[in-house]
Design a protein around this ligand. Structure first.
Ligand code: ZN
Ligand code: ZN
Length: 637
C-alpha cells in the first residue's frame, strides 16, 4: 500500500516546486482505487492508451478537479498530444486561464511534433504578445517548426533572452544548426556547431546529415569518422548520403563496414544500401542484402519491399523483382510505380499496360511517376498512338498537369519515331518553359533522322547553353565534318565552365564493383584487359557487317586515331574484363552511366554471337539484352 508521505509537484502557476507533504490515504477510492491526488500527475504520464487517459480525465471531471489544478491540465494536454489527439490538447489549452510558459511550450511542441509548423509558430508569436518570456525548451520546440528566415529572427531572440550564450543549451543550438542547415547556410550551421561546448550524438548526427543532404559527403565523412561512438542513425545518414550523391560504391562499402562493426542495420539502412546496389547494378550484392534481410528478420515493410523491387529491376532481374512485388502486402502507389518503371526500363510495354490496368482496377490512383514509366515504355517501343493516349489520359482523366519530364518522354517518343514536326509543335505549345534537356532530346532526334535544317532552327533559339546542348551541337557539327564549328563549340563550353559528364561503365565481379572510364589504365589487370581488347578487335575484323562508327568521334583526328578511340570505350573495357574474369557461358552484366554509344551497341551484338554469351547492358535510359547477335531493343533506343 501507499505510504502516507510521498513527494509531489505542486503547480503554482510559475515554476514547479517540489514539496513533500502528507496525505490521508482514503480520499479517492471510487474510480481509481486508492489513487491519491498527488499520484494523479504520474498516473496521467504513465497512460499508454487513449481509453485510459479518457477514463482518468472523466474521473477528474466528476471530482471537480479538472479546472482547479493546472498541473493536471498540463499533464493531460501533453498526454493527449502524444497519443495523437492534438485537438483535445488544443481545447484544454483554450480553457486554461492565463497559460504560462510551460503551457505554451507544451502546445508549441505538440504542434511541431505533428508537423503543423505554421500553427506552432503562431502559438509562439501569441506567447510573446502575451508578454511571456520563452525558455530554452520553447526555443528548441519552435525552432523545429520555423522557416529559415523566421529561424534567424528567433536565433536573435534566443541571444536576447540569454538562452544562447557562452553556456549554450545543446538542444537549442542543435535546433539552430538544423535551421541553418535546412536553409542551405552551411557555414553558419558549422560555426554554431563548432562553438558548442559539448557535442551530443544528436548534434553530430544533425551536422553530418546536413552535409550529406547537401552533397558535401566528404565533410560528412570527416565528422563521421571522428565520432567515438556512432548510432544506427549516423550510419544511415552516411550510407544514404553516399547513395544519394552518386557514390554508391562507397555506400555499399560502408554498409559492409557497419556489419563488421557489429552494428545492426534497420529498415532505413536497408533501403539506402539497396538504392546503392540498384545504381551500381550490383545484383550479387543486392541478393546478399536480400538474404541478410531474410536471415536477420529485418522487417520486410512496404519501403523495404519497394526498394527490393527497384534494386532487382535496376540490376536486370525482372524475375526476382516480380517475385518480391507479389509478396508485398497492401501495395501503395510507390510500390506499383517501381514495378512499372522496372518493366519500362526493360522495354516490356505489354507488362507496363497490364500493371496499369491492375493497379487502377483495385482503386490505386496513378501519379505523375506512373505516367513517366508508361510514356518511357512507349518511347522504347515507338508506340506513338499509345503514348498520345496516356499523355491525354493523364491530363483529362487524372488531372495531372504534365511536367517537363512528361514532355521529355513525349518528345523522345515522337522524335525517335521520326515525327519531328509533331514533337517541335508540342514543345512550342507547352505551358511551361522548355529546358535545355528537352531541346537536347529534340536535337538528338534531328541528328538520328538527319534533319539538319530543323536542328539549326532549334539551335538558333538557344542562347546560353548547358553541357547537353553544347555536346549535341558539337555532335551535329562533327557528324557533318564541320570541325571549325566543333572547335568553336568546345571553346564556348570551356569558357562557360561546362564539363561533359565523363562516361563510366561498371561491372560487378567477385563481390566487387569495378569501374572503367574510356582508355582507362588504372585497373590492376589492365594488361590482360588490353590483350582481350586486341583479341576482340581480331574477331571484329572477321565480321563484314561491322564497320567502326568513326563519325561519332567528336575530335578532329585521323581515321586510325578515331578507330583507336572507339576501341577503348569504357563499355568495351568492362566487357573485356568480364570476358577474362567470369566463367565461360555465364551472363555478363555491365552498367553505363550515360546512353550506350552506337558503336559499342554494334560491337556488343557481335560479341554476344561470337562468345555465345548473353550480355546485358544497362545504360542511362534502359536495358539492352544482347543474345546471339541481336539486342532486345531491336536497335531502337
Ligand atoms: Zn561506346
Ligand atoms: Zn540495344
Amino acid at each position: 500500500m501507499l505510504s502516507s508521505s510521498s513527494s509531489s509537484i505542486l503547480y503554482t502557476g510559475g515554476l514547479p516546486i517540489i514539496k513533500r507533504r502528507s496525505i490521508s490515504p482514503s480520499v479517492f477510492k471510487e474510480d481509481h482505487q486508492c489513487v491519491l491526488p498527488d499520484q494523479l500527475p504520474s498516473l496521467i504520464d504513465k497512460c499508454k492508451s487513449l481509453t485510459q487517459l479518457l477514463q482518468i480525465h472523466a474521473s477528474l471531471i466528476r471530482r471537480g478537479l479538472d479546472h482547479h489544478n493546472q498541473l493536471l491540465t498540463f499533464k493531460l494536454l501533453r498526454s493527449y498530444s502524444s497519443l495523437g489527439r492534438l485537438h483535445y490538447s488544443i481545447s484544454l489549452f483554450d480553457q486554461t486561464q492565463n497559460p504560462d510558459v510551460f503551457f505554451y511550450t507544451a502546445i508549441i511542441h505538440a504542434h511541431s511534433l505533428n508537423n503543423l509548423h505554421s500553427q506552432a509558430f503562431n502559438f509562439y508569436v501569441r506567447m510573446l504578445r502575451d508578454g511571456i518570456e520563452p525558455t530554452e525548451y520553447t526555443f528548441s520546440s519552435v525552432l523545429k517548426s520555423c522557416p529559415f528566415r523566421a529561424g534567424k529572427e528567433i536565433h536573435a531572440q534566443a541571444i536576447k533572452f540569454g538562452v544562447v550564450s557562452k553556456s549554450s543549451n545543446m538542444y537549442v543550438v542543435t535546433a539552430l544548426v538544423n535551421v541553418y542547415g535546412k536553409g542551405g547556410d552551411l557555414e553558419s550551421a558549422r560555426q554554431l556547431f563548432d562553438k558548442m561546448p559539448d557535442r551530443s550524438l544528436v548534434s553530430l548526427a544533425a551536422m553530418i546529415s546536413i552535409y550529406a543532404k547537401h552533397g558535401d559527403v566528404d565533410l560528412a565523412w570527416k565528422l563521421f569518422d571522428e565520432m567515438p561512438e556512432k548510432d544506427v542513425v549516423c550510419w544511415n545518414v552516411m550510407i544514404d548520403g553516399y547513395a544519394q550523391h552518386g557514390r554508391p560504391n562507397e555506400a555499399l562499402e560502408l554498409f559492409r563496414k557497419m556489419l563488421m562493426d557489429q552494428m545492426r542495420p534497420n529498415e532505413v539502412t536497408i533501403v539506402a544500401v539497396l538504392s546503392a546496389c540498384g545504381q551500381l547494378g550490383a545484383l550479387e550484392s543486392g541478393k546478399w542484402i536480400h538474404s541478410y534481410i531474410m536471415n536477420n528478420k529485418v522487417h520486410l515493410n512496404l519501403q523495404v519491399g519497394t526498394a527490393l523491387v527497384d534494386m532487382y529491376s535496376k540490376c536486370g532481374s525482372l524475375e526476382d523483382a516480380t517475385i518480391v512485388f507479389d509478396t508485398i502486402d497492401n501495395k501503395d502507389v510507390v510500390a506499383w510505380n517501381s514495378m512499372i518503371l522496372g518493366f519500362a526500363m526493360h522495354g516490356f510495354l505489354k507488362d507496363v499496360f497490364r500493371m496499369f490496368v491492375d493497379m487502377t482496377r483495385i482503386g490505386i490512383r496513378p501519379t505523375d511517376i506512373t505516367f513517366i514509366g508508361i510514356l518511357n515504355a512507349c518511347a522504347h517501343s515507338g508506340a506513338v498512338s499509345d503514348g498520345w493516349k496516356f499523355f491525354r489520359m493523364m491530363k483529362d482523366k487524372y488531372k495531372i498537369e504534365p511536367k517537363i519530364e512528361h514532355y521529355g518522354c513525349m518528345v523522345n517518343l515522337l522524335g525517335r519515331a521520326g515525327h519531328l514536326d509533331e514533337a517541335f509543335e508540342l514543345v512550342k505549345g507547352m505551358d511551361i518553359e522548355p529546358d535545355l534537356v528537352l531541346w537536347g532530346t529534340l536535337l538528338n532526334a534531328c541528328r538520328i533522322h538527319h534533319k539538319i535544317g530543323l536542328a539549326e532552327e532549334i539551335l538558333k533559339n538557344l542562347g546560353n547553353s548547358s553541357s547537353g546542348s553544347y555536346i549535341m551541337m558539337s555532335n551535329m557539327y562533327a557528324s557533318s565534318g564541320n570541325w571549325d564549328e566543333v572547335a568553336r563549340t568546345r571553346a564556348a563550353m570551356k569558357g562557360n565552365g561546362i564539363v561533359k559528364e565523363p562516361g563510366c561503365t561498371s561491372i560487378e565481379v567477385g563481390n566487387k564493383v569495378h569501374e572503367f572510364v574510356a582508355s582507362d589504365t588504372r585497373h590492376p589487370k589492365r594488361k590482360e584487359i588490353y590483350e582481350m581488347i586486341e583479341e576482340m578487335n581480331g574477331w571484329l575484323k572477321g565480321f563484314d557487317e561491322y564497320s567502326p562508327k568513326t563519325e561519332i568521334v567528336l575530335h578532329n583526328i585521323d581515321e586510325t586515331e578515331k578507330r583507336r578511340s572507339l576501341e577503348v570505350h569504357s563499355e568495351k573495357l568492362a566487357i573485356a574484363f568480364g570476358l577474362i574474369s567470369t566463367e565461360r557461358g555465364t551472363t555478363i552484366k555491365i552498367f553505363k552511366n550515360l546512353r550506350v554509344c552506337s558503336d559499342c551497341h554494334d560491337v556488343t551484338k557481335i560479341l554476344s554471337k561470337i562468345t555465345g554469351r548473353e550480355i546485358i547492358v544497362r545504360d542511362r535510359s534502359r536495358f539492352h539484352r544482347f543474345e546471339n547477335g541481336l539486342c532486345s531493343c531491336g536497335d531502337y533506343w
